[in-house]
Design a protein around this ligand. Sequence first.
Ligand code: CTP
Length: 398
Amino acid sequence: MSDKTIVLGVTGGIAAFKAAALASLLVKKGMTVKTVMTKAATEFITPLTFQALTKQPVYTDVFAEHDPTHISHIDLADHADAIVIAPATADFIAKVAHGMGDDMLTTILLAARCPVIIAPSMNVHMYANPLVQKNIATLREIGYEIAEPGEGLLACGYEGKGRLMEPADLVFYVERALMPKPLRGKNVLVTAGGTKERIDPVRYLTNDSTGTMGVDLARVAWLMGAQVTLVAANISVPVGPGIDVIPALSAVAMYEQVHTRLPEADIVIMAAAVADYRPREVADLKIKKTGADLSIDLVQNPDILASLQGKYKQGAFSIGFAAETHDIEHYALEKLHRKGVDLLVVNNVLESGAGFGYGTNRVDLYDREGFVESLPLASKFDVARMIIERTIARIGVL
Ligand code: CTP
C-alpha cells in the first residue's frame, strides 16, 4: 500500500472531524493522502489539520492553481489510486448523482477513473429520504462503493442509521479498493471462534479460541472481492465491515447455519474450534451446589465438516483445520480423508507462536496427495492471506 495515493474528500457534515482520524490511519499505512475539502467542510474542520496529518497540501478551491504547468483537479484525478469521500453529505451525493462539477471535489470525481468510495453521514430521516436513497442507488449503479453508515446516536440527537462508518472500517474499504479482486462473484463461507455448549443459564463448556484466524480468513476473502458469510461462535476480535456475520454459538446451531448456507458457497473454510461434546441435558435453572460431587453427562456433537461431504455446491473448494501435537502427517492425512476436504491447515500446537491466543501462526498445508507446504511463522492475517492465495491458485480463478 506504500506507493498508493488516496484522495480524501471531506464534505460539510459534523462527522468531518472523523475524517482527520481516517487521514491519520491511511498515512500510518504508508499511503500518500491528498485531502480535498468542500467550502462547507472548512466550516467544521480546518485544512491545516489535514495538512499537518498528511504532510501534503490541502485543496479547497478549484481556481487556486499554484502550478501553471498543471490543472490541479485533473492532476489529482489522474494520480489517485482510490478516492474516498468521508463524510459525504446528502447535498454532495445529490450533486455527484447529477453529474455536477462546481468545485474542486466534484470536478475531481468527474475526471477520475479509479475506484471511488462514498461514506454517507447525515440525520436518520435525511438518510431514509427517498431522494437521498435514489441518488445513492445512482452512485452504486455507476460502480461507486457505498460504505454504509452505522446506526447509533447522531449529532442531531436522533438515534438511527446515519453515523459515518468508523475510520478503521473505512481503511478496510480503501484497502479493498486498491486490491485485485480474484474472488469477485465467489461466495465464501467461513466458520470461526470456539463454540459454547450450555450447561445451565449461567455456565457453559468452551475453549480458548479467539476466532482471530477465521476472522482474518473472512477479511482477506472480502478484501479479494468475495461475498463473505462468517458463521461465528464465540469470537473476541472485531470482524470489521462488509462481512455478513451469522451468530451460531453452539455446535448444533453452527451445524444448522453452515448446512443452510452450504448450497451457495464456492469456498468453505471451517476454522471454528467446535466442541466435540455437549452436555446431554441443559438445565433450565442454575444448578445449585449440593455438597456432593457432580458429573455432567456429555454427548457427541455432530462433526460439521465431515457432515458436509456430498452436499457441497458443484466445484466448491473446502478447507479444514486441525490441531496436532505428534505424528502430524499421519493424523493430518487421516483427518483430511475422513472429513473429505480439499486442503487441511495443520497447526502444531506445541510450536511457539502457533495456535490459540497468539497473534501469529505457523501452519502446514496438506491436500489429498499428502504434504504440500510449510507456511512461515507470520501474523494470522498474513497466514490467512497465504491460505487464500493458495486456494485461489488451486481453484484457478487468477
Ligand atoms: N470440526 C467440525 N465439527 C466438529 C469438530 C470439528 O466441523 N464437531 C471441524 C473444525 O472446524 C476443523 C476440523 O473439523 O476444521 C478439526 O477437526 P477435529 O477433529 O476437531 O480436529 P482437532 O481439533 O485436531 O481434534 P482431534 O485431533 O481431537 O480430532
